[in-house]
Ligand binder design. Structure first.
Ligand code: URA
Length: 434
């Protein structure tokens, strides 16, 4: 088989067979197929798309390009969740403790963020001493005793995706549905969970700008997961505004803690209950959606989810005192109020722009080498749909200096569109695909 022939076949609208896809992925992972040929193939895929069989074949070939995790040493329902990424997304910090308190086991592999704010691991590293480095034995022991553990994705899991994603990033070929599905699902399948719930975001702060695109992506991921024998569902959620009110690492950890203490009742909690109830239903832990929702809410009311977070932080070397006293988390020296100079309604907000404000403050990575400042970011008082009076506060910027705060304030103001009319009410959860 020759890669040149496969490129020409795809370029001319042909459909690649499972064997051809396996040849291509194995050869590329081993370094036998060069980046320039794979770039040409990715561009052909960009224009021609991938059909369902090709997407399944890509997913399976990528999943088997490295190690797969065997979770047989973990007892009970083994679940995983994945978000396609959005601004202020701290769902795992709230959802994992709630599910652990319901008896679900989660052996999660997470990433560090590039761009916007940090990834889940960056957020968790706001806890003094917290680490995701541990032996495999320790990882499984923590999953069995605490209910969940979070480790950094290793180079041995899905090496094909690591190479391909980096290449797609620099060749303008990220936005291909079949490639996004295979990239996400190959990692999820390799991580071994039997129950998977995906959070597919749509809107200005996410990859999928329209609901239609998000729905097609969700449907295909669910089909691929189910075809691989895993119970898979997807929740489609709005990302036209950030999730919750905090954007920035320690600020997001604080918000997650308030959600677990029952002090918060916004979209973040709604999302955790929605994803969580799908996991409890699929795992057979709850018999109905209403029962699942009650179980999850109960973990907040009785404090068991908060205690699970503290146990998890302790088990990974962190100082769990910060769970009960968040003032022990990193705090920025400057807090700067951003106020509205008009009255009206927040009609729209640029969620991605708000993520970039946090990046600008030092809360995310501009390059792989950037060092994150865990303390900085933005806490929003007003989000799309809210009424605001002239002079009223829109948000507080948490910055390392007055100068940084003033620059960020200009950028943040530009993210708000305030008009006389209230915007149409858009549902936050746009649908569930099972
Ligand atoms: N996230 C991934 O892991 N892969 C993609 O292709 C897109 C988002």
């Amino acid at each position: 088989m020759l890669m040149t022939e496969l490129i020409a076949k795809k370029r001319d609208g042909g459909v690649l067979s499972e064997e051809e896809i396996r040849f291509m992925i194995d050869g590329y992972t081993r370094g036998e197929i060069p980046d320039y040929q794979m770039s040409a193939m990715l561009m052909a895929m960009y224009f021609r798309g991938l059909d369902h069989d090709e997407t399944v074949a890509m997913t399976m070939a990528m999943m088997h390009s490295g190690d797969t995790i065997d979770l047989s040493a973990v007892t009970g329902v083994k679940a995983d969740k994945h978000s396609t990424g959005g601004v202020g997304d701290k769902t795992s910090l709230v959802l994992c403790p709630m599910l652990a308190a319901c008896g679900v086991k989660m052996a999660k592999m997470s990433g560090r963020g590039l761009g916007h704010t940090g990834g889940t691991i960056d957020k968790l590293e706001s806890f003094p001493g917290f680490s995701c480095d541990m032996t495999t034995e320790r990882f499984f022991e923590n999953v069995n005793t605490v209910g969940f553990a979070i480790a950094a994705q290793t180079a041995e899991i899905d090496p094909a995706d690591k190479k391909l994603y980096a290449l797609r990033d620099v060749t303008g070929t990220v936005a291909v549905r079949g490639l996004i599905v295979s990239s996400i699902m190959s990692k999820k399948l390799a991580a071994g969970a039997d129950t998977i719930v995906l959070d597919v975001k749509c809107g200005s702060g996410s990859f999928m700008k329209t609901e239609e695109e998000a729905r097609l992506l969700a449907q295909e991921m669910v089909e691929v997961g189910n075809a691989a024998g895993r119970k898979t569902a997807a929740v489609i959620t709005d990302m036209d505004k950030p999730l919750g009110n905090a954007v920035g690492n320690a600020l997001e950890v604080r918000e997650a803690i308030s959600a677990l203490k029952g002090e918060y009742a916004g979209d973040l909690l709604e999302l955790c209950i929605s994803i969580g109830s799908n996991i409890l239903l699929q795992g057979g832990i709850a018999g109905s959606e209403a029962e699942a929702r009650t179980m999850l809410r109960h973990t907040i009311e009785d404090g068991s989810a908060l205690r699970k977070l503290a146990e998890f932080v302790d088990a990974q070397g962190g100082d769990s005192a910060a769970v009960y006293d968040p003032s022990l988390l990193p705090t920025a020296p400057v807090q700067y109020d951003v106020c509205s100079d008009v009255s009206g309604y927040v009609n729209r907000m640029n969620a991605e722009g708000i993520g970039l404000v946090s990046l600008h403050l030092g809360g995310g990575r501009a390059t792989k080498e950037s060092v994150i400042d865990p303390a900085v970011g933005v806490v929003l008082d007003k989000k799309a749909g809210d009424r605001v009076a002239c002079g009223e506060r829109l948000a507080v910027i948490h910055a390392a200096s007055e100068e940084k705060a003033a620059e960020a304030a200009k950028l943040l103001r530009a993210c708000y569109v305030i008009t006389d009319e209230a915007p149409a009410d858009v549902p936050f959860i746009k649908g569930v695909v099972r």
